[in-house]
Design a protein around this ligand. Structure first.
Ligand SMILES: Cc1ncc(C[n+]2csc(CCOP(=O)(O)OP(=O)(O)O)c2C)c(N)n1
Ligand SMILES: [Mg+2]
Length: 438
């Protein structure tokens, strides 16, 4: 069996300041995630929380978010440190608040949707739109910046991750896999995609299996089998698993920082060796198992029932804050526990020292050009209208466009007659793909 490593006494990879600020950044993500689920007003809690500040219908998934955000904060550190070209695939895409929070903190959300600006009013709109009529879905959807993966149907994250890495030799795709998602047929099969990855011509995939223990109301198999059995399973799939396990944030930050550095170092070494020697024999790719509590940092108990670290954290942990004063207080103390007043400045923007932790420009996970494709809804609506008006097949198909390129692509002649539909981009040559050297 390949040597698998965890870090019970983690090396001190992060200095005290970096550790503190990364933890603050993570708290900001968690604050925004919970804010999206609960708040329609008073976004920075600048006044005591009242029932009218809470959304009437509470929808969304909290449990997945803190673990996903934890990983994202650490990916950001390495993207910056090593100038990585990296995208992120959220397998538990129902936990969209984590992805959205990151995009917003990186400033990219406001660039695309200027009314959801980096200030108090923009944050309110950002919260309010989430899972709200006329707003955005509670899963990762095509309009989620930086996401190439629809979050509503579990099972395809790893295959999508590999699809993105093929033929992109410099790209690293970090894929978080839910332990529930891992029980689906498509995901369970897709571990074998690593056999199709050519270390010379393709990029890399870094799977992160998230053992938060639960899938809606049930425990998960992979979180319950003995560690050695899981290690043997993942090794059998061709990986070299590293374990990051625990619930003490300070210890976990150090573990994750050291483990990620190790994994990225191994990925680079594998690629360098293969590319210098022109030897594409199959390596053993590293991967991470993150075992952290579901709903980490959320309410520990509600009405005497365990919530953090249990299935009750999956969606909305406190259900009735509008009608129950005790629940309202609980939500307020939970949100205030992140200390938003120390994370956001007077205007309501993430404070400067935390903004500096994120990569900039196209290196931001939310703005990486490999994932910067979204359905041009406006164009899709036009397409649908054209079809209804008898535009036929040519004019009536949905189009995916790179959101920058959309206006630059010359419109087809028939499209010009039908509300200026952009040209459909050419498909990749299927034969070339089938000819991949396995
Ligand atoms: C194919 C499929 N089956 C069922 C569901 C319903 N569903 C939504 S979330 C969820 C649990 C997911 O658990 P996990 O992957 O462990 O993610 P977590 O929330 O724990 O991070 C399920 C079963 C779904 N979205 N897709
Ligand atoms: Mg789970």
């Amino acid at each position: 069996m390949a040597e698998a490593t965890s870090h019970p006494t983690p090396p001190q990879t992060l200095d005290a300041d970096t550790l503190r600020n990364m933890d603050r950044y993570w708290r900001a993500c968690n604050y925004l995630s919970a804010g999206m689920i609960y708040l329609r007003d008073n976004p920075l809690l600048r006044e005591p929380l009242k029932p009218e500040h809470i959304k009437n219908r509470l929808l969304g998934h909290w449990g997945s978010d803190p673990g996903q955000s934890f990983l994202l904060v650490h990916l950001n550190r390495l993207i910056k440190k090593l100038d990585l070209d990296m995208i992120y695939v959220a397998g538990p895409g129902h936990g969209a608040p984590a992805t959205l929070a990151h995009c917003y903190l990186e400033g990219h959300y406001s660039e695309i949707y200027p009314d959801r600006s980096e200030d108090e009013a923009g944050m309110q709109r950002f919260f309010r739109q989430f899972s709200f009529p006329g707003g955005i879905g509670s899963h990762c959807t095509p309009e989620t910046p930086g996401s190439i993966h629809e979050g509503g149907e579990l099972g395809y994250s790893l295959s999508h991750g590999y699809g993105a890495a093929f033929d992109n030799p410099d790209l690293i795709v970090a894929v978080m896999i839910g332990d529930g998602e891992a029980e689906t047929g498509p995901l369970a099969t897709s571990w074998h995609s690593n056999k199709f990855l050519n270390p010379i011509r393709d990029g890399a995939v870094l799977p992160v299996l998230h053992l938060n223990g639960y899938k809606i109301a049930n425990p998960t198999i992979l979180a319950r089998i003995p560690r050695e059995e899981l290690e043997a399973l993942l090794t059998g799939y061709g990986h070299k698993p590293y374990f990051v396990e625990g619930d003490d944030p300070a210890v976990m930050h150090q573990q994750m920082a050291a483990t990620l550095e190790q994994c990225i170092g191994e990925i680079r070494a594998i690629q360098q060796r293969a590319r210098e020697s022109n030897d594409a024999s199959r390596p053993r790719w590293p991967m991470i198992v993150l075992r952290s509590p579901k709903g980490w940092t959320g309410p520990k108990e509600v009405d005497g029932h365990k919530v953090e670290g249990s299935w009750r954290a999956h969606q909305v942990p406190v259900l009735d804050p509008v009608t129950n004063g005790k629940s309202l207080k609980l939500v307020e103390s939970w949100l205030r526990g992140y200390e938003p007043e120390t994370l956001f400045d007077e205007a309501g923007r993430l404070v400067k020292e935390l903004r500096e932790l994120a990569p900039v420009g196209a290196r931001r996970i939310s703005a990486n050009p490999h994932a910067k494709r979204r359905l041009a809804l406006q164009d899709a609506r036009h397409a649908a209208v054209s079809r209804l008006r008898g535009g036929g097949q040519k004019a009536g198909r949905l189009v995916h466009v790179a959101d920058r390129g959309a206006r630059q692509v010359p419109a087809r002649r028939d499209a010009q007659q039908h509300d200026e539909l952009p040209r459909v981009r050419p498909r990749r040559n299927r034969e070339q793909q089938a000819d991949r050297d396995l």
